[in-house]
Design a protein around this ligand. Structure first.
Ligand code: 13P
Ligand code: SF4
Length: 303
């Protein structure tokens, strides 16, 4: 049955002049049929480089929105209409306005896990792979980091010369990875290195051997001489880790490393998106133009 769907997807992709982009957290069988798989920075950048008329996005809504913000002339279609990142909704525009009033010199640094509306009120976007580099190079001393508290604190720890205002957003998946569980996993596999995503809480990051975005975790594990790793991020990443490193061992920390929104995306949804070219990402043009500035700035500063 899956083989039949995969065939139909391949056929329709050609007919529609479509390209399929997928995040590392979606199911392996969806990553398998994608043209490009990557972290959120790679996917945003890739969307600006592909000539195809249609982008089918296998990820959560902020990722599809970023693709549309940067490529208004393309048809961007979500493989699942309701796959959404809760963190993206943990801050509102009023909070940004109020903070700007109280701290007029602060740069509003917006993690891409945010809505287009929030991006439109921000100065620069960042992803987990470039946040440190971008914030470090901003001329502003004061930084209002939204919405992820954990990523903000991780960046702040390494930039003592800056003054941070944090927000209280978080990822429920990474928050559910507890330090005690990581220590237990380490006790069971003392030779394994701990690789963590910066959305994890500070007490987990403290005991990690490496902290990075999904792509950076995969690159680290692949180039490492070590053979065993404890992975502190969403389970979908195991697909690429095993694909690139069939001889290495990867351990999870607990059963909660599972993003229910990313897991909504199925082959059937990809096929439906290709057939119907819906649900399409549509944005108010004024908001899109405003949201484009901080995203574009990120692409420039991350070079
Ligand atoms: P990456 O930028 O590492 O792909 O992370 C995106 C994300 O949603 C993490 O939870
Ligand atoms: Fe959002 Fe967390 Fe899922 Fe990433 S893993 S999409 S931050 S809920």
């Amino acid at each position: 049955m899956n083989e039949e769907i995969k065939k139909q997807i391949a056929q329709l992709k050609k007919e529609r002049d479509a390209v399929i982009l997928a995040h590392y957290y979606v199911d392996g069988e969806v990553q398998e049929i994608a043209d490009f798989v990557g972290d959120s920075y790679f996917l945003a950048k890739k969307a600006t480089e592909i000539p195809s008329r249609v982008i089918i996005f296998c990820g959560v809504s902020f990722m599809g929105e970023s693709a549309k913000i940067l490529n208004p002339e393309k048809t961007v279609v979500m493989a699942d209409e309701f796959a959404d990142c809760p963190m993206a909704h943990m801050i509102d525009a009023d909070t940004i306005r109020e903070t700007r009033e109280a701290h007029p010199d602060a740069a509003v640094v917006c993690y891409v896990n945010s809505t287009a509306e929030i991006k439109a009120h921000s100065d620069v976007c960042v992803t987990s792979s470039n946040a440190l580099k971008i914030v470090k190079n901003l001329p502003n001393k004061e930084i209002f980091f939204i919405p992820d508290n954990n990523l903000g604190r991780y960046v702040a720890k390494q930039l003592p010369e800056k003054e941070f205002i944090f927000h209280d957003g978080f990822c429920h998946v990474h928050k559910s990875i507890h330090r005690e569980e990581v220590l237990k996993a380490k006790e069971a596999k003392p030779q394994a290195l701990v690789l963590a995503h910066p959305e994890c809480t500070g007490d987990v990051l403290e005991i990690a051997d490496f902290v990075g975005s999904t792509s950076q975790i995969i690159a680290y594990a692949t180039s490492s001489e070590n053979k065993e790793f404890i992975i502190c991020t969403e389970m979908g990443i195991f697909y690429e880790l095993h694909l690139k490193n069939p001889e290495k061992k990867f351990y999870s920390v607990g059963h909660r490393q599972f993003c229910p929104n990313m897991k909504r995306i199925k082959l059937e949804g990809v096929l439906h998106a290709l057939e119907s070219l819906s649900p399409e990402v549509e944005l108010d043009e004024d908001m899109r133009l405003k949201a484009k500035e901080p995203l574009q700035k990120m692409l420039e500063l991350a070079q």
